[in-house]
Write a new protein. Structure first.
Length: 320
């Protein structure tokens, strides 16, 4: 809608300063000609903006001009208050800042939209961590966040999984990511990804670094997740699933006359798959790889002996 686009142009110029018509068109996904018409409409409405010609030109607002948030509609106001994350903000040392900002936004809203915002915040609560996940202790998170913001290098003692476990690292922190309740810092050189809760000691370095101008934190994280998934599930298992039993990652399903389904499942390792498949009890039979099938059979035999069964049930041999 045109009215929404006009507000977007106004807020873009207010937050970013000078922007060319081409930049505005790309941001709003419209033509440059549409931007020209919208700018004329804003000027006719009394908005003090002007354009500079030339290579370094563009549109900008008159210095000191600020708009109020009356351009928000009901859906935008609801989404704004639903997006508030007091837990992570408090961990970053910004809890009071977030509360003050929400209070100011709420005060700037018309009465009707204020009611919408109050209802959404009173009916929805976002809790990112998993239900059974313990909260990670991240005492150095505020210091890492400060280094990210001010482009300051860090010297850390970091605990990793492989030997040697405790290593010293110099980090140039580019950004922070909160994933499922756990904080990660993406840092150069590299860049590489580190868990903030695994930082054992931290000393700010008395030096600044230059963040790569083309580094895109969101794009990096998407690629990192894809690579992590590919590294994690390098092997496959062939299983039979009882009627009604499903596995999210299973592919190549073939259903048989008895109602059981043969499927291929990516697995991280034999150890991980052993624990994961045992949770399905009698609803699954592992066909391949042989070492996983044999290990589950041994576990079943041990359980049968522990519970007093004289003969452990042997998994049936099945040829798909």
């Amino acid at each position: 809608m045109k009215s929404s686009r006009l507000v977007s142009i106004l807020l873009l110029l207010q937050t970013r300063g000078r922007m060319t018509a081409a930049q505005l068109a790309e941001e709003l996904e419209v033509s440059v000609r549409t931007v020209y018409r919208d700018v004329e409409a804003l000027g006719a409405a009394g908005v003090p903006l002007y354009g500079d010609a030339g290579h370094a030109g563009g549109y900008r607002l008159l210095d000191g001009y600020r708009t109020r948030l009356t351009g928000l509609n009901a859906d935008e106001a609801e989404a704004l208050f639903l997006a508030g994350a007091p837990g992570p903000a408090a961990q970053l040392g910004l809890g009071s800042v977030l509360a003050a900002a929400q209070l100011k936004v709420r005060a700037a809203l018309p009465a009707e939209l204020r009611g919408h915002a109050d209802r959404i915040s009173g009916r929805f609560h976002l809790d990112a961590p998993g239900w059974y996940a313990d909260g990670d202790e991240t005492p150095y998170l505020p210091a890492v966040a400060d280094a990210v913001w001010n482009s300051r290098a860090l010297h850390v003692l970091y605990r990793r999984w492989r030997e040697p476990t405790d290593v010293e690292r110099r980090l140039e922190p580019y950004g922070l990511v909160l994933k499922a309740g756990r904080w990660y810092v993406v840092a150069g050189p590299g860049p590489r990804t580190f868990r903030v809760d695994q930082i054992l000691q931290l000393t700010p370095a008395d030096e600044e670094f230059t963040r790569p101008h083309d580094f895109d934190l969101a794009a990096y994280w998407r690629a990192y997740q894809r690579d992590f998934h590919d590294r994690l599930y390098r092997r496959e298992a062939v299983v039979r699933l009882a009627p009604g039993v499903t596995l999210d990652r299973a592919t190549d399903h073939r259903t048989h006359q008895d109602g059981w389904t043969t499927a291929t499942v990516p697995i991280e390792s034999v150890d991980h798959a052993h624990a994961e498949f045992l949770r399905l009890g009698a609803g699954i039979e592992v066909l391949e790889p042989p070492e996983l099938r044999d290990r589950i059979a041994r576990t079943v035999a041990e359980l049968a002996e522990r519970y007093g069964m004289t003969t452990a049930p042997r998994p049936s041999v099945f040829t798909p």
